[in-house]
Design a protein around this ligand. Sequence first.
Ligand SMILES: *[C@@H]1O[C@H](CO)[C@@H](O)[C@H](O)[C@H]1NC(C)=O
Ligand SMILES: *[C@@H]1O[C@H](CO)[C@@H](O)[C@H](O)[C@H]1NC(C)=O
Ligand SMILES: *[C@@H]1O[C@H](CO)[C@@H](O)[C@H](O)[C@H]1NC(C)=O
Length: 760
Amino acid sequence: MRSVGLALLLAAVSANAFGAFHPSAPCHEHPCPICPTCHVCPKPPEPEPMTCPALIDHLQADDADAALLKMAYSAGDATAFLTYIKDAKPVGYHTDLIPEASDAVQTNAPVMDGKSGDVDFPHGNLKPLVTVGEYFPGNGEFHVGVPDGMGAYLHDDATVRYVVQSESYGPLLYESFPWAVNDGAASFTGSHIQYVDIDREMLSTFMEHNRSAAPMIKHAGNLVSKAYNLKGEPVGPRATSGPTMTGAHLSNTDAAGNFVVGNSAPTPPTYADWLMQSLCSAHLEVKHQWGPTYGVEDSLYLTNEEWNSVPAGVDYVGLSAHALNLATKELWAVGAFGLGGYEKIVEINSGSSTYVVFSPSGYNGDFGNVESTLTAKRNAAYGPRSDNTSWVGSSNVVPARIYIGKKGFNAHGEAATDFLSRNGLAYGQNYGFATNVASTTGGLYRDAWHKDATRMNGDTVTGGFFPIEWRWNGTVTNFEHDGAWGFQEMPVGAPSGTTFWTPSGPNSAGSKSEHNTPDPTGAHAFYQGSTAGYVGHYSFPTIGTLLQSLTGDDFPASVPADYKMLVGELDVSGQIVLGGKGIRADSNDQTLMADSTNGNGKVTFEDIDGIEALSSPTGTHLIIQEDGGNHFGERMFITKARTDGTPMSFNFIAQSGGKRNTRMLAGVGIPAGTASDANSHEFSGIFDLSGLLFKSGTSFYVSASDTGYKKRLADALVPINDKLIAIGLQAHSMSNGVIAGFRCDRGGQVLIYKPHLTMA
Ligand SMILES: *[C@@H]1O[C@H](CO)[C@@H](O)[C@H](O)[C@H]1NC(C)=O
Ligand SMILES: *[C@@H]1O[C@H](CO)[C@@H](O)[C@H](O)[C@H]1NC(C)=O
Ligand SMILES: *[C@@H]1O[C@H](CO)[C@@H](O)[C@H](O)[C@H]1NC(C)=O
C-alpha cells in the first residue's frame, strides 16, 4: 500500500481552499513534494528547474493517493474537491451546450444531465470554448463563473489570448477560491480575471468541425499578478482588527481602511483578504486602436466593480474601475471616472493623439443599505443643491456619460509617465449628456421619452456633453464627496434651462444604464442600452477638432452631441425574427418575454444588458443580451443597427435557462452534476474575434506587433456571416458538483458564435 506523504497532505490542505492548486512554481525541493514517487525534480541551481505536476493532475492519475487523501479528511468542504477529482475535465473538454434553440419538449431534444438540448440554432451555430468547472492541466487552476466581461488580443502570432472575468460576489454569495497578488502578500476572492491561450490557426477553423476546443488550448490561468489600490499602493493583507492603514482594497473599506462590506454587517472573506466585487462587463483596448496615434498607449483590459452591499451607518469609499496592463499583469485601481461603480467602460475614438475618450456606464452608487447614510452625509457636508432641494441617492440619477482624459498627466495635472497617467486614466474630466428638456423632449426625461407611443427609429434629441464640477485629484475620500452626485446639479457652463438627461430627472432614480459599446466604425459615438429595454446612439462628431484646438484649458467646456433612438420601450414583438425556433415550454414563442410579472409575456424588450457593436462590410450589427428573468430561457438577438427610420429586425440566436424551462426543471447541468435549481441564466459578454483570425491569402492579416487600429480595420473587412464571436453565458442555476467542489462560484460557458443571417 502506498503512503501519502505529509507534504502531499499539506499541499492539498493549502491548495488555496481547493480551487487553484498553484503547483507549478518551480520545485526547489528534491524530491518533488507533490508526488515523491512519480516525479523527481532536479536539484537547484540547475538553470531551468522542472515543475512539479499539478496536485489535481497527480490525483487524477493516481487512484491510491486520491483515496488515501480522501480518508485523511474527515468532513466538510475539505472532502468536496476529492469527491469531484474524477469529474474534473480540462479546459475545452465539453462539447455539450447549455443554451438551446427551442425548449426540448417542443423538439424531442434530449433532456439529459450533461447533454445539449435542441442545437439547431436558427441564425448561426454556437460551440463551447470553455465551460466553468474545467481546469487547466499543468497548473490546476479552475475556470471560475459566472463569465461576464471579456476581450482578446494576440499574445503572439500563433496565439490568441482570450481574457474573461467572472461576475462573482464572494462572501455576499459564494466565495470563489482566492487568487494571490503581489508575490502572495494579499489575496482576493469574488471575481477573477482569467485567460485562455488558444492556438490561432486551430481557432480559425473551430466552427468547421464538431470537435471540442481542448486540443487548441495552450495555457490558461489567472491574469493578474500585481494589484495596486486607489492610492497607488500595492494591495497588501487585511488587518485582522481595525483599519488596514496601507494597501487596503479601498472598494471594500471606508477612507480610513476599515472593512465594511456585508449584507447586514461587515463580513470579510474567509479564505482571502479582499473581495473583488462583481466585475461586470469590461472592454479590452489594444494600443492605438482608433488610428495610428489615437487611443491608449498600452494594451489594457479595463474592468470595473459594479455594485456592493454595505450596511447602513458606516462610511464607504465606493467602487472604482481597474485597468490591467496586459504586458505586465499589473492591475491598477482607477479613480478618474469617479467611484459610483460601473457596468462597462469603453474607449471611443477621441480623434486626438494627446487625449483619450471613454464612455462609462452603470449604476452610479448602488451600494445597498448604506445609500441612505451616504445621502444624509452628502446633505450634511454640502447643504442643499443649487435648486435649494436636498440631495437624493445617486444611484440611477445619471445621464449617458463620456470621460476625456489627458495623456501623460497625473491626478494633479502634472506631467507624468506612470501607467495610468500615460494612458489618460489619471487626469480627466467627466461629462454627462444634457439638453433643454422643455424645448427638445417635451419635458420628458429619458425613460418617459422612450415610452412615448409615437417614438420612431431615428428620433433625435439634440444636446451636448457638459462637465460636472468634480474631478479626481488622487485623494481617497468617502463617497459623499464623489462626482456621482454632480448629475443632480446644473451642468457646469450650460445655458440656462439645460439639465442632465437622466432616466427620471434630478429627484428620483430611473432605469439603469446597462452596456454601452463604442461605434466600431471609428465614429466619435457609442451605443447605449437600458434595463428599460431601449437602445440608442450618442454621437459627438466634433470632439476631435475640439480636442485638437484647445488653447489654455485642459478640457473642452462642452462637446456638442445628439442622441438617436434605435428602439424605444415599445412593442418589438413584430420585429423579432425567430427563424422557426424559440418555441417555449408552454408552446408560446420568444417573440414575447415572460417573466414573473407578465403572464404570457411582454411585447417590449426587458432588461437589455449585454450589447456590443460589430463592424462588417455591410454595416454595423449589434448583439443584444437580455437579463430579465425570462421563465422560458433568457434571449439573445443579433440585429443590424439602423437610425434611418426603418424599424430593425431582431434575429433570435438562442435561449438559455429559466424557471419553467424543461431542461432546467429536469436538472440538466453542464458539466453533469452541477444543476442546483431551475433558474434564470444570462448571456453576457461579446467580443468580435474575426479581425484576429482574418487571413489575407494564406497568412493572418494582423500580427502581434501591430497596433489595435489594424485589428479594427480587419474586423470591418470580415462579412458578418464569416465572423467568429466570443459570447459569455452565465448559468446561475449550476452551482453544485464539480463547481461547488472546487469553489468556482456558479456555472456557465464561453461560446463561439458564427452568425448565419439571410439578410446580412
Ligand atoms: C456537427 O454535428 C451536427 C449534428 O450532429 C451535424 O448536423 C453537423 O453537420 C456537424 N457539423 C460538422 C461541420 O461536422
Ligand atoms: C435658493 O435660496 C436662496 C436663499 O433663500 C435664494 O437666494 C435663491 O434664489 C434660491 N435658489 C433657487 C434656485 O430657488
Ligand atoms: C480632492 O477631492 C476631494 C473630493 O473628491 C476633496 O474633498 C478634496 O478637498 C480635494 N483635494 C484637493 C487638494 O483639492
